[in-house]
Design a protein around this ligand. Structure first.
Ligand code: PLP
Ligand code: COI
Length: 345
């Protein structure tokens, strides 16, 4: 195992030893290859550089209490990438190829899988890009699929469930009603960078987007899904322009299994006045409690038009859900839903 100060890792890039990649050319995928050269050769005319033909995924490998290495629901990421690639008309790897290459990336970088005792894990970043030279606006006919790996901690280093603040900026939309919001494509993130920077510069941890049509319904955070707890009910938005989060889907399953009511439905922002606990959820953020949401007419405004306040600590029900998900990921609890792929390394 590498000599890394695992407790100091946050969600940022640490160089590992290998990237796994394969190229789709002349109608077929080439073999999956390992490289330690992270500077990939690409034509300056590649579609990804001009027309943003890229989609990506994020998933984690965990070292369990028994020393075994576990990947969490890789097939779900594979399916989502295939769906994103279809939207971009980009040649996509098969589910099997995606999972195999993720396993290869974990094995090749196994010395970077953090020890069980830490809150860190090995984050995989599968990336699919349109790579053939082109000039006109059309989908790429050739693509390159890469799986990168980096050990990461939580956003708060080795601390978990540290509450943060979020802001709504009503003058910025994330996704149009019939747009690309439900796909994990680079373009969705490119257009959120500017408002994200404004929010971060104002000290907010997260940016919460509303639906673009009515500007009244909660969609999701820039990096993660939204869920709230009201009494014994888990509430999360139902929208065609929200990324279908694998963490959120897993939390809904666990919540129902724990006897909670699960509601996936339109969630008006004003309902925040009635909920008990609010969180962001996703692979990178895991569960991050939100202690306050400022509603701003313009993100640039100094003062919010309304402030919603929640508990200063992670709520009791959210903590229970967190313990279940992490427990399954780290082998403390039975894999009762069949979510784990063991990687022999
Ligand atoms: N929403 C957005 C915009 C994201 O970038 C992510 C991260 O992947 C999520 C939600 C959470 O999805 P998942 O739980 O599959 O990581
Ligand atoms: C993830 O949670 O895996 C993400 O992709 C979110 C963000 C880092 C883009």
């Amino acid at each position: 195992m590498k000599n890394i100060d695992w407790g100091k890792l946050s969600f940022s890039y640490t160089k590992t030893d290998y990237i796994v990649y394969s190229t789709f050319k002349d109608g077929k995928w080439g073999p999956a290859q390992l490289t330690s050269d992270f500077n990939i050769a690409l034509s300056a005319y590649a579609g990804v550089l001009h027309y943003g033909s890229s989609c990506f995924e994020g998933l984690k490998a965990f070292r369990g209490v028994d020393g075994k290495v576990r990947l969490f629901r890789p097939e779900e990421n594979a399916k989502r990438m295939v769906r994103s690639a279809k939207f971009l008309d980009l040649p996509a790897p098969s589910i099997e190829q995606f999972v195999e290459m993720c396993v290869m990336a974990v094995k090749a970088n196994s010395e970077y899988i953090p020890p069980y005792e830490t809150m860190a894990s090995l984050y995989l970043r599968p990336l699919l890009i349109g790579s053939n030279p082109q000039l006109g606006i059309r989908s790429s006919s050739e693509s390159t699929f890469l799986v990168m790996a980096s050990p990461v901690g939580t956003y708060s280093g080795d601390k978990i469930l540290v509450p943060g603040t979020a802001v709504v900026g009503r003058n910025y939309d994330r996704a149009a009603p019939n747009g690309s919001g439900s796909y994990k494509i680079g373009a969705n993130y490119a257009q959120s960078l500017h408002p994200y920077n404004i929010a971060h510069n104002q000290g907010y941890r997260e940016l919460l987007f509303l639906d673009a049509k009515t500007n009244s319904l909660i969609e999701e955070f820039g990096s993660s899904n939204f869920f709230a707890i009201k009494g014994n009910t888990y509430i999360t938005p139902d929208s065609h322009s929200v990324l279908p989060s694998i963490t959120n889907a897993s939390l809904r399953t666990v919540a129902a299994d724990l006897g909670m009511k699960v509601e996936m439905r339109p969630v008006p922002l004003i309902e925040l006045a009635e909920v008990d606990e609010v969180n962001s959820c996703g692979t990178a953020v895991v569960i991050t409690p939100i202690c306050r949401i400022d509603d701003k007419i313009r993100l640039e405004d100094e003062q919010p038009s309304h402030v919603y306040k929640f508990t200063d600590e992670c709520g009791e029900k959210s903590r229970k859900l967190y313990d279940q998900i992490i427990g399954i990921q780290k082998g403390l609890l039975d894999d009762r839903f069949g979510w784990i792929l063991n990687v022999d390394c």
